[in-house]
Design a protein around this ligand. Structure first.
Ligand code: PLP
Length: 380
């Protein structure tokens, strides 16, 4: 296979080799069902217990607050569709720049009359202003029909532009109005330190393939219940998410997360220094950098007026470099990204937007080659 430069780490990441090695026995010899009482199933049972402990420790949670899911999309859908008391009238307040796993789940709740939904605007940097959340919560308090269950769901960091939100403050405001608080932390877990106790949040979604774990596995942090059953069936995940566990993937996820968390500061510093180097090398080009002052390390959204992001992506691809135009989940959709629209980016800039997302495995040479390729494309 020809060598590539992979700069699309917000879409997915390379599997940690140690995680892969730890997964192998559970895909071959150690195939017992962890729900069985015989001794052949003991190592699977122990592996699940240990993985849950590792994952809990990585976000300062308790093991019994970690529920395995198939990834970020499932974790998000579970919270949006099943929060609060099932018979209560429900209200969801979210932002206009969430991932489609949240936006479409909210639209589904609205379309089936199971909740009213408010999409909060963001400022030009992609930040949810605390005032707008306060107003949205207060507005309902003043009306006569205040729903019994309210959920606020705001992503910790945006996948397209990297903006990191003030989750602690947004959660405090929500709790003041007795609303539950969820954060989609898919882009953050394993990349920036997270302490769920300090943040005070009720739910947190995470996805293994974003932190060098295998795909199709993730988890949901649930603080105190307040969530109904996702899958009926057996007693796996305390009967809330039934179905035989994917032990190999869970073990791989835990190992990858533990490895990333051990080097979380060094990785972030390495990626930030590559980001600075890249931006320096591009300083003679004309572009707008999207996002806030506090962005996820390595998530670089650039808009070039008079160019098409799509075209830049394909030219980079021909040079063996993987980048993105928006989020990977949006790559079949040629419409302007909802995130870029929400931050008020002019259409001519939005069309010319690319996302370079650097990861811990990227090198200075990768960055030089990305800068060289961009100069060739944009100056031609
Ligand atoms: N939420 C965010 C912020 C994401 O970036 C993604 C994936 O791109 C998801 C949710 C969906 O996660 P998964 O691919 O594990 O379903």
């Amino acid at each position: 296979m020809k060598s590539i430069i992979y700069a699309d780490n917000a879409a997915t990441t390379k599997l940690d080799i140690e995680a892969f090695e730890e997964m192998k026995p559970f895909l071959t010899e150690e195939y017992g069902n962890p729900s069985q009482p015989y001794s052949f199933a003991k190592s699977q049972k122990n592996a699940l217990k240990k993985s849950r402990e590792i994952i809990a420790r990585s976000i300062n949670a308790e093991p019994e607050q970690i529920f395995f899911t198939s990834g970020g999309t499932e974790s998000d859908n579970w919270v949006i569709k099943e929060f609060g008391v099932p018979t209560d009238e429900k209200r969801i307040i979210t932002s206009s720049i969430e991932h489609h796993a949240i936006i479409n789940a909210c639209e589904c709740m609205r379309a089936s009359n199971r909740a009213t939904v408010t999409f909060l605007p963001v400022d030009s940097k992609g930040l949810v202003l605390t005032k707008t959340l306060e107003e949205a919560l207060k507005y309902d308090r003043q009306s006569n029909s205040y729903p019994a269950s309210t959920l606020v769901s705001i992503m910790m960091a945006n996948n397209e532009i990297g903006t990191v939100q003030d989750i602690k403050e947004l959660c405090r405001i929500s709790h003041n109005q007795e609303a539950l608080f969820h954060t989609d932390a898919v882009q953050v877990v394993g990349h920036l330190p997270i302490d769920v106790k300090e943040l005070g949040i009720d739910f947190l979604s995470a996805s293994s393939h974003k932190f060098n774990g295998p795909r199709g596995i993730g988890f949901l942090y649930i603080k105190n219940g307040n969530l109904s059953i996702l899958h009926n069936g057996g007693m796996q995940e305390k009967g809330l998410r039934a179905g035989t566990e994917n032990v190999a993937a869970i073990v791989g996820m835990a190992r990858a997360l533990e490895n990333n968390c051990k080097r979380i500061k060094e990785n972030a510093e390495h990626i930030s220094s590559l980001e600075r180097k890249l931006l320096n090398s591009l300083s003679d080009l004309s572009f707008v950098r999207n996002g806030s002052n506090n962005c996820l390390p390595g998530n670089i959204s650039l808009s070039f007026k008079g160019f098409e992001g799509e075209l830049i992506l394909h030219r980079m691809d021909l040079m063996g470099i993987c980048i993105s135009t928006g989020s990977a989940c949006d790559s079949v959709n040629t419409q302007t990204s909802h995130v870029l629209k929400s931050i008020g980016l002019e259409e001519e800039y939005a069309i010319g937007t690319i996302r370079i997302s650097l990861g811990k495995d990227n090198t200075e040479q990768d960055v030089d080659e990305i800068a060289y390729a961009l100069h060739r494309i944009l100056n031609s």
